[in-house]
Design a protein around this ligand. Structure first.
Ligand SMILES: Nc1ncnc2c1ncn2[C@@H]1O[C@H](COP(=O)(O)OP(=O)(O)O)[C@@H](O)[C@H]1O
Ligand SMILES: [Mg+2]
Length: 146
C-alpha cells in the first residue's frame, strides 16, 4: 500500500486546539504538497428545527453562516503561515461530526486533522465530544492534536 497525502481536511472551530491542528495540518500539507481544506461547521441554534417549527429560511441560514463561520475561518487564515500551500476554506451547517465526515468523503481526504479539545465551555477530562465521535466513526486516518 502506498499511502500518500493529496487532500487533507482540518476541522476548525475557533478553539486553540483547532488552531494547533491547523498549524500542524499546514506543515503536513507543505511537506506533501497536499491540498489543505480548512473546514468549519456551524450547528444551527437549538430549536430552529424543533417540533412543529418552520425550517429556517435560506436567508437566515446564510446570515448565520456568514456571521459565525466567516469570522472563525478568516481569523484562522490570518494567523496561519499558508505561504506556498494550496488551501481552501469550506463552511458547512449542521452536526459537526456528520458534516466533517461528509467533507472528508466528498473530498477524498487522505488525512483528517483535529484538535483534542474544542470550543466547548464544558471542561472535559478526555477527548472532546466531536473528537470522540470522529475517532469512532471515521474511515479516514485521523490525527488528534493535543
Ligand atoms: N463545529 C466544528 N467544525 C469543525 N471542526 C470542529 C467543530 N467542532 C469541533 N471540531 C474539531 O474537533 C476538535 C475537538 O473538538 P470537540 O470534540 O468539539 O471538543 P470540545 O468538546 O472541547 O468542544 C476541535 O479542535 C476541532 O478540530
Ligand atoms: Mg466542541
Amino acid at each position: 500500500m502506498d499511502w500518500q497525502i493529496s487532500n487533507l481536511v482540518v476541522g476548525v472551530d475557533g478553539s486553540d486546539g483547532s488552531h494547533r491542528a491547523a498549524e500542524i495540518g499546514a506543515s503536513i500539507a507543505r511537506h506533501w504538497k497536499a491540498k489543505l481544506i480548512l473546514t468549519t461547521v456551524v450547528r444551527p441554534p437549538e430549536g430552529w428545527w424543533g417540533i412543529g417549527g418552520a425550517p429556517p429560511t435560506p436567508e437566515a441560514l446564510s446570515a448565520a453562516i456568514v456571521e459565525g463561520q466567516q469570522k472563525v475561518l478568516g481569523d484562522l487564515v490570518d494567523g496561519l503561515d499558508l505561504e506556498g500551500i494550496e488551501y481552501e476554506t469550506v463552511q458547512e451547517l449542521g452536526d459537526p461530526t456528520t458534516r466533517l465526515l461528509a467533507v472528508v468523503e466528498d473530498r477524498e481526504a487522505d488525512l483528517l486533522v483535529i484538535g483534542k479539545r474544542g470550543a466547548s465551555i464544558a471542561e472535559r477530562v478526555l477527548l472532546g465530544s466531536t473528537a470522540d465521535r470522529l475517532s469512532q466513526l471515521t474511515d479516514c486516518p485521523l490525527l488528534v492534536v493535543p
